[in-house]
Write a protein that binds this ligand. Structure first.
Ligand code: ADP
Ligand code: MG
Length: 860
């Protein structure tokens, strides 16, 4: 498609751009990356840079926006963050004598394939995920090319969409590849990349995987029977081939997993419980992870986040992790020393991957070196065998050979890039030392030239300088120019000075400059060799990095347990939950003046449903979440905020938090509530833990009450359910259920009185709440006294008329609903014709009413 009317460089650009239609092309022109046409409009808008224009043909100007290449990373980061993909198009080779320099896209940067440390968050994995779905099942694969993690799974059953969502919420991928729209992205942080379906084609994906792993069959990856898994994983590999081929060699294995191997936490629950970020602001501070995280290394921080997102189900595995925490918990000194030793370590995991992928800089090797140098002292901390940690220490190597190599080969403080010389330590490469030595004499000669020439010519202010155009020169002031020796050759005249060169000087200059070029070339070569050697040990380094991450995460849990007074829970296969003096780990940290009131939670065989009543703000929701979080902490291997706890393993936690406690913009809250509740009732098992907070709040009282009632009955009676359930409600009527259903017990939040006002004790006690507290709370809220008194009257009447509890019957419904309309004031108000009322008459009416009420108040 050659267009005679455009300039050759425009044609080159168009040819390249055609290959990357949905990608912003950064087109290297000298010291700039330029963008053109629509790309220019996008970058100028998103990056707030000037939009200019450029002539590409006679009378044709097109939009253009450029950024300096050395500042590219910051700009790149901002575009990637907004979900754009950027193709980096570089100039390749030297400019030819005639025509254009060759240009080529060297990589495509997308949110899920960045490698630059500047574009990554150290505390978080940067996942690229792919989803493929057919009629019956869905395949899901994810990769973190900065750490080499590559994993895949599949989902089936009627609930695929929810399962996919839950998995995506757990991992929060930076980018998700999909051929279709079946994964809604709301609530997910990442960006969706729509990718043509043929990339997911089964045979093609299988071929790509076999080729990548050099395998004859996929059996050893546990993949043979999982068609959709192969499709998702294969698509990821193809995507990396197109965007970041250097990263492919880091993916040495693919692990297949089953979501049923760890606790299922649906997307809503994950957010409700604020496991890794808060509900409102999405911040890490205020989350469970924030309280637990006392890690000292980036890899430890990422691992702990994974643990919190993925509690275990296997009692043995949980106990193994608990043993590790306990070993460090009971050894305060070791814990402090380990924390201290870990503190100085770099991101050994990502650094190693940079070396292996060939993107490491000299300073990355220095960072690896200083990390490795700390390993012997960490290893020495475990000179006495600790059985609880031995399986981790078995993977830990002090990497002596690698450290020795880095010590011998890399200078103490090398330049940031290989553009500058001085990376390699003298004494490492004979060839290099030889060139350096040879150039040293020439360099010395030039260094001494100024002094020598001043003496020889008697010109005191003679200077030797260097610039890119002339190389070395001798500068003499205008006034002294007459005194220069005759072999000086004048090169340049400035306002006040003359510049000269001499043939001898130019000879030394050539020696120096040639040597520098040579040194740079040798250093580059030697550096690559060192990276290759270190890269060959990548597996050893990564194993060590992961062992360190595990020690760090365990130490963090032990540290938190010691500081906040946690206890090791007994985890069993029973269906009990028995928490003595439990606390909410996050809320207890956030209270400044008050003390957090500890509460017991006992759910046992046959009595698995608790209905919790109590006034608003008394602590119901906090209690509910606290129980769920303690269970979750126990299963991730952590100690828990309690005096004593026994936890029978929970397979899934479901939460439904009522309308008041959650904001749903633009959706019918009741619909959302019912959809979520349906999900719970369909998917919970008798091993699940259900946290139902104010269900039915989103609709009218009697609707809500009836639905809540029916839901509890269903959970109680359905043979596949009978799940441990905490149900907080303001429907006092629900407490009657404990008389009808043997598995239901009541809890309420104790309230005491001081000066005639209720004081919330935040203490959960057995039994149903005294319902009149609602009226007291109304008083606390500042409702007018007459209203409070009238409400108390009505309450007494209602209770008298129906015995100890209000029965759920049609007649009652009407009686309750009718009562406000029987108020004489309302009747009068309703029958009044305001249009015919004069202002004075209205005022009189008000006066009359007020008198009526004041009178009544005195009477009572
Ligand atoms: P409810 O759900 O009953 O309306 P919340 O659980 O939302 O009440 O609690 C309201 C506030 O009371 C919380 O924000 C917290 O500050 C405080 N609170 C709750 N439980 C406790 C407790 N056990 N100890 C101390 N303060 C508590
Ligand atoms: Mg609440």
């Amino acid at each position: 498609m050659v267009d005679d009317n455009v300039t050759p460089i425009r044609q080159q650009y168009l040819d390249i751009k055609r290959e990357y239609p949905h990608t912003i092309v950064f087109f290297r022109l000298g010291d700039f990356y330029e963008t053109f046409d629509e790309d220019a409009e996008t970058t100028s808008r998103e990056l707030e840079i000037v939009l200019t224009s450029r002539n590409v043909a006679k009378g044709v100007r097109i939009p253009m926006a450029g950024i300096p290449y050395h500042a590219a990373e910051t700009y790149l980061a901002r575009l990637i963050d907004k979900g754009y993909h950027v193709a980096i198009c570089e100039q390749i080779g030297d400019p030819p004598k005639k025509g254009l320099v060759h240009r080529e896209v060297v990589r495509v940067v997308t949110p899920g394939t960045v490698l630059e440390p500047e574009l990554l968050k150290s505390e978080r994995n940067n996942y690229l995920a792919a989803v493929w779905r057919d009629d019956k099942q869905a395949g899901f694969a994810y990769v973190d090319i900065t750490t080499g993690e590559f994993a895949a799974t599949s989902f089936d059953g009627p609930n695929i969409a929810n399962l996919l969502r839950a998995e995506a919420t757990r991992l929060q991928p930076a980018e998700i590849l999909a051929a279709d729209d079946f994964l809604p992205m709301d609530g997910l942080r990442g960006h969706k990349t729509q990718w043509a379906a043929w990339h997911f084609e089964s045979g093609r994906c299988r071929e790509v995987l076999l080729q990548h792993f050099g395998a004859a069959s996929l059996d050893s990856f546990g993949l043979s029977s999982h068609g959709v898994v192969v499709q998702a994983a294969g698509a990821i590999l193809q995507y990396l081939q197109q965007t970041q081929p250097a990263a492919l060699q880091l993916l040495t294995t693919l692990s297949t997993y089953h979501a049923r191997d760890f606790m299922a936490i649906d997307a809503v629950t994950r957010r409700n419980l604020e496991l890794t970020e808060t509900l409102r602001k999405g911040e890490r501070k205020g989350s469970l992870l924030h309280v637990l995280d006392r890690t000292r290394t980036p890899m430890g921080r990422r691992l702990l986040a994974q643990w919190v997102s993925k509690p275990l189900l296997d009692v043995n595995e949980i106990q193994k992790r608990q043993d590790g925490v306990e070993a460090l918990f009971t050894r305060g000194l070791l814990r402090a020393e380990l924390a201290d030793g870990l503190k100085a370590l770099g991101d050994l995991e990502r650094l190693t991957n940079r070396v292996a992928s060939g993107t490491a800089s000299p300073r990355d090797l220095v960072a690896i070196r200083s990390s490795l140098a700390d390993l012997p002292s960490i290893s020495a901390l475990f000179s006495e065998p600790l059985p609880a940690l031995s399986h981790i220490l078995a993977d830990f190597s002090i990497c002596k050979a690698e450290l020795t190599l880095l010590n011998e080969s890399i200078s103490d403080d090398p330049p940031a890039t290989l553009q500058n010389i001085g990376v390699i330590r003298p004494g490492y490469s004979e060839e290099l030392d030889h060139v350096v030595e040879a150039s040293t004499h020439a360099r010395d000669w030039i260094d001494n030239l100024e002094m020598v020439e001043r003496q020889r010519t008697g010109i005191a202010k003679l200077k030797v300088g260097y610039n890119k155009v002339f190389g070395y020169y001798i500068e003499v002031s205008r006034a002294q120019a007459v005194n220069v020796p005759e072999e000086y050759i004048r090169k340049q005249t400035l306002v006040n000075a003359e510049r000269y060169i001499t043939p001898e000087m130019k000879e030394y200059e050539t020696l120096v400059l040639n040597a520098e070029e040579q040194i740079r070339a040798i250093e580059n070569r030697v550096f690559k060799q060192i990276c290759q050697t270190i890269g060959a040990s990548a597996e050893l380094l990564l194993r060590t990095a992961r062992a360190l991450a595990e020690l760090d995460a365990l130490n963090s849990l032990a540290d938190t347990a010691a500081i906040h007074d946690y206890v090791r829970p007994t985890v069993t296969d029973s269906l009990h939950i028995d928490i003595i003096e439990g606390r909410h780990p996050v809320v207890e940290q956030s209270l400044s003046s008050e003390r957090f009131v500890a509460n017991d939670a006992v759910l046992e065989n046959g009595e698995y449903i608790r209905i919790i009543t109590g006034p608003n703000m008394s602590g119901k929701s906090t209690f509910l979440r606290q129980v769920a979080i303690i269970v979750l902490m126990a299963q991730l291997g952590s100690f828990v905020p309690a005096k004593k706890a026994e936890i029978g393993v929970v397979d899934r936690i479901f939460t439904r938090i009522g309308a008041q406690d959650e904001i749903h913009a633009g959706q019918s809250t009741f619909m959302v509530e019912m959809v979520e509740t349906a999900n719970i009732l369909h998917n919970a098992t008798h091993r699940s833990l259900l946290i139902l907070d104010e269900i039915g709040r989103g609709t009218s009282t009697y609707d809500g009450l009836s639905i809540a009632w029916a839901i509890i009955e269903y959970i109680h009676n359905h043979p596949a359910l009978r799940a441990r359930t905490l149900f907080a409600t303001h429907y006092h009527e629900l407490t009657q259920l404990s008389e009808i259903l043997p598995g239901v017990r009541n809890y309420n939040v104790a309230v005491s009185e001081a000066d005639g006002r209720p004081v919330f004790l935040h203490k959960i006690v057995a039994g149903a709440a005294d319902r009149s507290y609602g009226v007291h709370v109304a008083q606390l809220a500042g409702l007018p006294r007459p209203v409070i008194q009238r409400a108390s009257e009505i309450l007494t009447q209602l209770e008298a008329s129906s015995g100890s509890a209000v029965r759920i019957e049609e007649t009652q419904v009407h009686q309750l609903a009718l009562f406000p309309e029987t108020n004489p004031l309302l009747q009068e108000l309703e029958s009044m014709d305001i249009n015919t009322l004069s202002p004075i008459e209205a005022l009189n009416k008000l006066y009359e009413w007020q008198k009526f009420f004041t009178h009544r108040e005195k009477e009572s």
